[in-house]
Design a protein around this ligand. Structure first.
Ligand SMILES: *[C@@H]1O[C@H](CO)[C@@H](O)[C@H](O)[C@H]1NC(C)=O
Ligand SMILES: *[C@@H]1O[C@H](CO)[C@@H](O)[C@H](O)[C@H]1NC(C)=O
Length: 382
């Protein structure tokens, strides 16, 4: 990013230099007067502005570095920019090596390396994800196909900035914390955490999300630190489930299952729901403990965004919660507010030793679950 900025400044300098060529004609005294009056502002800008820009750049970079080393988060808000560049349409190819860090599990073969999902040369739109630690490439959908996540990135460089910052804040509490991102989508949380230098397990059911993520991970230079899992997570392993489609919201892809919550999803988004993205095999969270990549994970933050499926996922996560030292769990609450699934979630999390909070840390009372916010944060009670 610094290189880019320096580039912009050089270009502007060259431009100013060209436009000041008329200064060459200094024989005319009137011209000279004009230069010191009318042009005075321009010269000040040139002679003061440029060194000042470099000074600011230097201070900003140094400050940012020192902020990193003490792991403070309060500068985070100010280091986001408010606009992003237009995405370019690019053909990306896996021409070098196949992606190595992608796994799928099915009941016949167990865990297998699933290199095929990211093969080929898809035509994707490339944008930039803004993180507190600098920007990183991200492949996105057309804004009209994905009116929340991709559109947010395209226009503001980020989607759900508040939640992203809260997840990053939780990770920054301790250098040993890694992220498990369940419902990673195109990787806003995964890439931000990887950019912070943490390891990530990113799980998603939709193959096109996984493809976008592969290329973003590779271009960001995070291939070693991000392990991708292409499966749906549920309460039973080895089921084949259908992925429901929201036509204008790729991020709203859901497991099309007969349940109270999915009925609600379908009712709420009735106008845009239709069709299937195909079938995918389920895993339970406990099974990811079998992966080598997870054996070195110990202290983790968990983020779940799985469109009303949280209660089911927890039912398959007993060993997961016992084995890992889970320091924070971010989850959507919107689907559980008034549903029986809310009780299932509260029972499980309470048993596992967690207390509910708002994302920014306000204590929530179990008895008022129907008025909890859209998202909740569970923190261990010890
Ligand atoms: C990968 O993770 C390790 C351990 O968290 C970290 O030290 C390293 O800097 C990370 N690598 C990158 C490219 O971010
Ligand atoms: C997925 O499986 C269901 C049955 O479980 C079947 O009805 C459906 O046609 C399948 N869809 C695709 C796209 O394969």
């Amino acid at each position: 990013m610094d290189l880019l900025l320096a580039n912009v400044i050089t270009t502007q300098l060259a431009h100013l230099y060209t436009s000041s060529n008329e200064w060459g004609n200094l024989r005319d005294p009137e011209q000279i007067m004009k230069m010191f009056t009318g042009r005075f502002r321009l010269t000040s800008v040139l002679f003061l502005g440029i060194p000042l820009t470099f000074l600011c750049l230097f201070l900003f970079t140094t400050l940012r570095k020192s902020t990193h080393s003490v792991e403070k988060i309060h500068l985070v808000e100010t280091s986001y920019t408010s606009e992003n560049t237009r995405p370019q349409q690019v053909k990306v190819c896996d021409k070098q090596e196949p992606f190595k860090n992608i796994y799928s599990r099915n009941p016949k073969t167990g865990w297998t390396l699933n290199e095929d999902v990211c093969r080929g040369c898809p035509n994707f739109r490339k944008s930039k994800l803004q993180t507190p630690y600098g920007e990183t490439p991200i492949y996105i959908y057309k804004a009209a196909e994905d009116i929340y996540i991709s559109k947010g990135i395209q226009t503001a460089g980020i989607f759900d900035k508040h939640k992203t910052l809260e997840v990053l804040k939780a990770l920054q509490k301790d250098k040993s914390l890694d992220l498990i991102d369940i419902g990673a989508n195109i990787g806003v949380f995964t890439l931000s955490a990887a950019k912070l230098g943490r390891r990530v397990i990113a799980i998603d059911a939709l193959n096109t999300n996984i493809q976008h993520l592969c290329f973003s991970v590779r271009e960001g230079g995070f291939e070693k630190n991000v392990t991708i899992i292409h499966n749906a997570v549920a309460d039973r392993s080895g089921m084949i489930v259908n992925l429901g489609v929201q036509k204008n919201n790729m991020g709203g892809t859901f497991i099309d299952f007969k349940s109270e919550n999915i009925k609600k999803v379908k009712k709420e988004f009735k106008a845009t729901i239709g069709g299937s993205y195909g079938n995918i095999s389920t895993i339970i969270l406990d099974e990811i403990l079998e992966l080598d990549a997870l054996k070195s994970f110990k202290n983790v933050v968990v983020k779940m965004d799985i469109e009303g499926f949280e209660d089911r996922v927890l039912l398959g996560a007993t060993a997961f919660f016992k084995t890992l030292n889970i320091r924070a769990v971010f989850m959507e609450w919107v689907f559980h507010r008034h549903a029986a699934s809310g009780v299932t979630v509260i029972d499980f999390m309470t048993q596992a030793g967690f207390i509910p909070f708002t994302e920014s840390g306000g204590r929530l009372s179990v008895s008022s679950r129907t008025s909890w916010p859209l998202d909740v944060l569970w923190l261990p009670n010890s």
